[in-house]
Design a binder for this molecule. Structure first.
Ligand SMILES: Nc1ncnc2c1ncn2[C@@H]1O[C@H](COP(=O)(O)OP(=O)(O)OP(=O)(O)O)[C@@H](O)[C@H]1O
Length: 306
């Protein structure tokens, strides 16, 4: 191996170890909100790596920090500490200009409230063309790409209608087109099906999937909708501002749940295990040839038996 190739191989190995191979990398991310009297720790050291091309569902109880994470990834909010990198942009240190370019070209965003995604006085086509105007795409190209996007997302028939003349589901599918206008590497969606009935929700999720599969965007979608989380390969659960478990499922499969091991080697045991085995305070670890055993402290649960 040449010296250069050797250096590259070592650099790649180091990158793999630190998880830098992901398009989205969050490392020990902390976000503390401070108001007059209270301090809320919305993110408490969250780790997450998402590879290019993935479609990931983020789930978790209300208040667990999902929207906070999405605001940070969209470049709208700043973390208090930790590291967040998206497509090579360091979200903590980037300046005003880079942030503007990042929000315009690298990420696209779909909000839950349909009214927040589209301008009411523009037609669907004009709404989709608008982000391209900001990115200085020539007029003719804007109209052609906007029409193409509406076609790919199954809402070509809506092109000349204004939001008030569209159903909630149609508005959200057009919002996916708006968010995809400048071919973002990452598409973020915060409960995009939350205000919709099941059938419309399914159509909106299908549009997100098309943005992922056909337009090549990496998709992160916050959802309470089991229909959505049941259809993606990877579901990440956030608990108390940290990633706690992940479910990976092969196409059409039931899915297997994993617990997330963070960089420091910490893992959170599922609550039912903790209760079932009476684990509290300290636990004993035993090393087996192919696994690690976790034992309670009491005499009955010692590895050697009573
Ligand atoms: N601007 C803010 N100021 C103060 N506290 C905030 C602010 N935004 C969020 N929080 C708090 O941070 C915590 C995480 O909120 P976040 O909205 O990220 O949760 P979530 O998982 O998205 O919840 P939901 O599913 O209800 O949208 C909550 O305790 C919330 O009250």
């Amino acid at each position: 191996m040449t010296e250069l190739a050797d250096l590259e191989a070592r650099a790649n190995a180091a990158r793999r170890r630190t998880g830098e191979e992901g398009l989205v990398v969050c490392d020990n991310l902390v976000r503390v909100y401070r108001t007059d009297k209270v301090e809320v720790q919305a993110l408490q050291g969250l780790d997450l790596v998402v590879g290019e091309g993935e479609c990931v569902a983020l789930v978790g109880a209300s208040g667990s920090g999902k929207s906070t994470l999405l605001s940070i990834l969209s470049g709208l909010d700043l973390p208090t500490a930790g590291r967040a990198k998206v497509a090579g942009h360091d979200l903590l240190s980037m300046g005003r200009r880079e942030r503007l370019g990042y929000r315009r070209n690298t990420v696209g965003f779909v909000w839950q409230q349909t009214g927040r995604n589209l301008l009411p006085y523009l037609t669907a086509l004009e709404n989709v063309a608008l982000p391209m105007k900001y990115a200085r795409v020539p007029r003719r190209e804007r109209a052609a790409r906007a029409a193409e996007l509406l076609g790919v997302l199954g809402v070509a028939y809506c092109r000349d209608r204004r939001p008030a003349e569209l159903s909630g589901g149609e508005q959200q599918r057009i919002a996916v087109a708006v968010a995809s206008a400048n071919a973002p590497r990452v598409l973020l969606a915060d409960e995009p099906t939350g205000e919709l009935d099941t059938a419309s929700g399914e159509e909106v999720f299908a549009a997100l999937r098309r943005a992922n599969e056909e337009l090549g965007a990496t998709v992160l979608v916050v959802t309470h909708d089991p229909l959505v989380s049941g259809q993606v390969r990877r579901t990440v659960r956030i608990r108390d501002g940290r990633t706690s478990t992940e479910t990976l499922r092969e196409q059409g499969g039931a899915g297997e749940e994993f617990t997330v091991l963070d960089r420091a080697g910490r893992l959170q045991l599922p609550r039912d295990y903790v209760e079932r085995y009476g684990l509290r305070g300290r636990v004993r670890l035993t090393e087996e040839p192919d696994h690690i055993g976790v034992w309670g402290e009491g005499p009955d649960s010692s590895p050697a038996g009573p």
